[in-house]
Design a protein around this ligand. Sequence first.
Ligand SMILES: Cc1cc2nc3c(=O)[nH]c(=O)nc-3n(C[C@H](O)[C@H](O)[C@H](O)COP(=O)(O)OP(=O)(O)OC[C@H]3O[C@@H](n4cnc5c(N)ncnc54)[C@H](O)[C@@H]3O)c2cc1C
Length: 351
Amino acid sequence: MPQYRPRVVVIGAGIIGSAIAYNLAIRQANVLLVDQEQVPGAGVTGKAFGWINAINGTPGTESYALWREGVAEYRRLMEALPAAFIQARFGSLLWKSDRADTERIARLHQEAGERVELLEKGGVQELEPRLRNAPDLAVFSPDDLALDPLQLSQDLVAASVEAGGLTRLGSAVTAIDTANGRVSAVRVGNETIVCDHVVMAAGGGVAALTSTFGVDTGLTTSPALLLRYACGRPVLNRILRGPRLEVRQAIDNTLLIAKSYNADTNDISPQFAGEKMLAVLKDELKLADGVELASAEIGERPVFADGLPRLGFLSEFSNLYLAVGHPGVILAPLMGRRAAEDVLEAATVAL
Ligand SMILES: Cc1cc2nc3c(=O)[nH]c(=O)nc-3n(C[C@H](O)[C@H](O)[C@H](O)COP(=O)(O)OP(=O)(O)OC[C@H]3O[C@@H](n4cnc5c(N)ncnc54)[C@H](O)[C@@H]3O)c2cc1C
């Protein structure tokens, strides 16, 4: 007997939608991934720093537990798709201005079962010889990952297509047709695509989609700045997060800095913020001449007031699934697997 293959439309090819499409495709669903942009990862994913970690979380909180699961899920994805991680780097160093705070963070994370250790100044200098003002003490997380989220989205979509998934890029979903508590189709331009399930993984675009049928999920967006600096040679081995900057170096030697940004209070342009950070970068790292600001972009992170993501069917429509929230890069493989399992389970129950 031929296997039932539910028709699932995933809206949004950011890192979350790409991970969902991949997980559906490898489970033999009939999946169509739609994005308004021409390439996967062109939304806020393309402006993310790409730090996969639990060290920035607070042990004991719900979001921390989720981060830990997210990090663990990356290990599984690395085994399933090793080629997507060839360029990934491992390890981070984090420190606070106050030594006691650094110690406290390490202790909390060690007690929670993470593989982290405290390094004295000499150890930090050994790992990062180009750090000008190495801290007296830093938390070293050897398993943290640094990766390019845009590239990972594209690799996930390629793996999804290889497993039989379809894509429709450069096409915005303009409406979702609903009747009697169910979704029947999505509208893409003049086309009506009939389907059994819809997954909304449209990041900040979810609010516009749900407003078409009068639902407010509470999603808002929060801006952050991604600064890229052209750098001709390798200077950093790991992610660094100190009181003055959060920086990593990509495989092509670009230095990346992530920074909070509030257009209301920071009345400076992203470009100017980038120039100011260049001075900090030169202060903190021994850099050769010629390091320059290459781009300064604001990314709007999709967030909910409680800081948790949303993953599940909307109460209003039994076959409309929502997958959105922060931190999307850390959580994408986990959200991708869970969303695929939930949708396929619902499809089986509906048979
Ligand atoms: C400076 C910065 C640093 C960050 N660093 C990290 C980090 O280190 N780790 C981490 O986990 N997170 C980080 N984030 C957050 C992370 O970028 C987001 O949580 C994540 O990328 C969200 O992914 P997404 O797939 O939900 O959204 P998006 O990447 O925005 O994907 C949504 C997609 O939906 C598409 N879309 C929207 N509406 C429609 C429509 N109507 N029809 C068709 N397509 C549509 C968009 O084109 C887009 O491609 C950072 C963010 C910023 C700005």
